[in-house]
Design a protein around this ligand. Structure first.
Ligand SMILES: *Cc1c(COP(=O)(O)O)cnc(C)c1O
Length: 434
């Protein structure tokens, strides 16, 4: 598999290099040079395959031999070991539940696959890989749990003290093994600044093999295509073939993966990009101008992104032609008030609790139907996180009806293991060096 930078088609690397470097020097993002042609026979028989079958086939098509079949199969077996069911809410509305992994968010697909791909490439007697992650909550949990027990890797997670939810803190601090948590007396921005400084520190880089395992890594994007194919397979079994996906979007990796699946031949009718008030992309659909801005805090905080990095990948899939893009994608943004309203309406109508991110994707379906007149397609909204991760959003009766998954109850008895540090680079470096 060869990849090139979105900024410079002349810069090409192989898969291993793209995985360890995350980002090309020219600050573009890696994209596959050639996207596999649709495999008609596979798509026509999609309903006969399991999630793991699909994952193995799609990953194999994309990687084009970068990892030999048997090894890729083992990686998929281990990484994609939880389901992604579509659940019917009414005749034409389904929810794709992506929160059944260890950290209860869709980021588990990306983090588990990437960690095992990295672990695989490390096996040739190389230096231990040191992963440094700053997190405001969700990413850290997925990365920590994704790398837990992966050989030759050590993960250090920095999180702002008192600023993550109780469940998120459990996920970050109860792992032990190859995962260390640092509780930083500061903000998320302080955590991120420490990590960034570590990456440019000469001594640290001589001593360790550092990587950020961040969300723009191509190895996180690839596994997110699997569940689009698999959702379509499930709907086909129910006789539904005209499908619209509504995706709660922040950094636009999730919907980017959906569009990659579409490019590989998945016959999706329309994608809806649903955002909170961080509406850089919906504005682009209106004005034609992509104008990043500082992010603002909302209820759906994992989508508080003012400059979505994966947008360049999406434009790349459409050869930078906004008109081609608009035939397949629409976009809309929603306020916190509309988000709360949507959470309540979904509960009243379906007795189903959605997290605030998911609520936005549900809300966008109604608008899409009204705008386009397309009431016949089956609309699927992606549920990106389990509602128990956001306890403050719900009224009492709704909160009481949320079932706490085993992943959380299992953590609850475990002791917190975190080292508290001030937000200064000297103590962070000392901690890493010792
Ligand atoms: C990360 C995240 C999102 C946004 O996904 P992108 O791929 O960044 O668009 C949405 N919902 C939840 C719960 C998340 O953790």
């Amino acid at each position: 598999m060869k990849l090139h930078s979105t900024n410079n088609p002349g810069v090409t690397v192989d898969f291993k290099e793209a995985v360890f470097n995350s980002m090309p020097q020219d600050k573009g993002l890696y994209m596959p040079i050639s996207i596999p042609e649709p495999d008609r026979e596979f798509i026509d028989r999609l309903e006969t395959f399991s999630l793991k079958d699909i994952a193995f086939k799609v990953a194999g098509d994309l990687l084009q031999g970068a990892i030999p079949h048997e090894d890729l199969k083992a990686i998929v077996e281990e990484a994609i070991n939880f389901p992604a069911p579509v659940v019917k809410l009414d005749e034409s509305t389904y929810v794709l539940e992506l929160f059944h992994g260890p950290s209860l968010a869709f980021k588990d697909f990306g983090a588990r696959f990437m960690s095992r791909v990295m672990g695989y490439f490390m096996q040739e007697g190389e230096k231990t890989l040191n992963v440094l992650v700053a997190t405001s909550g969700d990413t850290g949990g997925a990365v920590a749990l994704g790398f837990l027990g992966v050989p030759n890797t050590q993960v250090t997670i920095l999180y702002p003290k008192g600023k993550v939810s109780p469940i998120q803190e459990l996920q970050l601090t109860t792992n032990g093994g190859n995962i260390r948590a640092l509780e930083i007396n500061g903000t998320f921005d302080d955590c991120q600044a420490l990590v960034k400084q570590a990456f440019v520190d000469k001594e640290l880089n001589e001593r360790f093999r550092l990587t950020s395992a961040n969300s723009i890594n191509i190895a996180r994007l690839i596994p997110q295509t699997f569940y689009y194919f698999n959702a379509y397979a499930q709907l086909k079994r129910e006789g539904k073939e005209d499908v619209v996906f509504s995706v709660p979007s922040g950094n636009f990796g999730n919907i980017g993966a959906g569009l990659l699946a579409w490019k590989m031949g998945l016959p999706v009718k329309q994608f809806i990009a649903a955002t909170n008030t961080n509406d850089t992309v919906p504005q682009f659909f209106k004005s034609g101008l992509f104008e990043p801005k500082p992010s603002v805090a909302t209820l759906s905080n994992a989508m508080d992104v003012g400059n979505p990095s994966n947008w360049v990948r999406i434009m790349n899939l459409f050869a930078d032609d906004p008109e081609a893009l608009k035939k397949v994608v629409t976009a809309a943004s929603y306020t916190d008030e509309q988000t709360r309203e949507a959470v309540n309406t979904v509960f009243d109508q379906y007795n189903y609790v959605v997290c605030p991110h998911t609520a936005i994707a549900w809300r966008a379906i109604a608008d899409y139907r009204e705008r386009s007149g397309d009431y016949d397609s089956t609309a699927v909204f992606l549920s990106t996180a389990h509602p128990c991760k956001f306890p403050d959003v719900y009224e009492e009766t709704m909160a009481a009806s949320i079932q706490i998954p085993d992943q959380v109850s299992l953590l609850q008895g475990k002791p917190k293991q975190a080292v508290e540090l001030d937000a200064d680079f000297k103590s962070f470096k000392e901690f890493l060096m010792k």
